[in-house]
Design a binder for this molecule. Structure first.
Ligand code: KG4
Ligand code: ZN
Length: 334
């Protein structure tokens, strides 16, 4: 079963060809990072326009790289929610047009589910159930993956997403956009115990996240020192901030797994690229005798291969969209 998959929810235009859900024949990603960098973040209208400019060429390249002709395709899968509405509309409209012209079934895919499914591509032997931490620029969820298309949200962020916090701290530190990889790199030169930034835990055993406090704490720390004419160490602040976020992500995820009686953990989303998160989660999971999966970086950040994988399992379940399919800026996971 060969699926043409489309992703355009933020600032990556991506088209992939995926066989039987887990074999990636091609995964072309056209990133707009260079375009948005000068603004310090994604400008939605510019993102939409760029998607329109490149999506045809990206799709052509994906088919060519896969060595697949249009008549060999069995279905089209597309991210239709959640994300930037104008950006989502481009991929959704393109996929509807292509599916109609090629007379192929159209499968709508939820972006967060696609992020989780990147793990099925990375590890062909991975099977549900497992507990997945999804941490990206727009989302921070702990999800119980009951089955390939069955998900339960165990915890979510009450304010900022983890990736958003990384991007904001990067701005305070005078690094570029996107901030996550730059904070990650700078943190390697700093002392993670130099500053104690807060680790938020809600009462009554709730495992939800809150990252706006740690962001404010970093701002207050640097401003206070500057007002007193004292200097602060950028690498130490980067490392200490990262440690505060990673501590919370790890402890909440492992606690969620423990409560569910599940010993399989996975990571997903752009923040799953973070070297400290991977290392700490690996060490703590090993200590508990849990297994840990995470996708290669190219499958953590936005890409269409993960959409092809999620689309395959949705297709098997019978999920279909007609030409009335609309993009949605927000949508719950279940
Ligand atoms: O999943 P993704 O590509 O897009 C969304 O769906 O949001 O995630 C992008 C986010 C950005 O906030 C970026 O700063 C963060 O993932 N990120 C990282 C790292 N690489 C990307 N955060 C921390 N450490 C990294 N190495
Ligand atoms: Zn994403």
């Amino acid at each position: 079963m060969i699926i043409l998959a489309v992703e355009s929810s933020c600032d990556e235009t991506s088209v992939a060809v995926v066989r039987d859900g887990r074999e990636v024949l091609s995964n072309v990603i056209n990133s707009q990072i260079e375009i948005h960098k000068v603004y310090g973040g994604v400008v939605p209208e510019i993102a939409s326009r760029r998607h329109i400019e490149v999506i045809d060429a990206v799709a052509q390249e994906a088919m060519k790289n896969a060595g697949i002709e249009q008549n060999e395709l069995d279905a089209v899968a597309v991210t239709y929610a959640p994300g930037l509405i104008g950006a989502l509309l481009v991929g959704t409209s393109w996929a509807k047009g292509f599916a109609y012209a090629a007379n192929l079934p159209l499968v709508p895919v939820h972006h967060i589910k696609a992020h989780i499914c990147a793990n099925f591509i990375q590890n062909p032997l991975l099977t549900p159930p497992f507990v997945c931490l999804v941490a990206s620029g727009g989302h921070s969820h702990i999800v119980l993956v009951r089955d390939y298309t069955e998900f339960e949200v165990l915890a979510r962020t009450r304010d900022d997403a983890a990736g958003e916090a990384f991007d904001k701290i990067a701005r305070i530190l005078g690094l570029g956009y996107p901030g996550g990889p730059l904070v990650d790199r700078l943190a390697k030169e700093g002392n993670p115990d130099a500053v104690q930034f807060p680790r938020v835990r809600f009462p009554d055993g709730c495992l939800d996240f809150s990252f706006s406090g740690v962001k404010t704490a970093v701002m207050n720390y640097t401003h206070n020192l500057e007002q007193r004419g004292e200097s602060w160490d950028r690498a130490d602040v980067a490392a200490s901030f990262q440690k505060a976020v990673v501590d919370v992500l790890c402890s909440h995820t492992l606690e969620a797994a423990k409560r569910m009686g599940i010993t399989k953990i996975a990571l997903a989303g752009g923040v799953a690229c973070n070297s400290a998160l991977r290392a700490q989660m690996k060490a703590q999971a090993e200590e508990l005798g849990y297994t840990l999966d995470y996708p290669a970086p190219v499958l953590c950040t936005d890409n269409a291969a993960m959409v092809g994988c999620a689309g395959y399992y949705e297709f098997l379940k019978g999920t279909r969209a007609d030409l009335h399919l609309n993009a949605r800026a927000s949508m719950e996971l279940v």
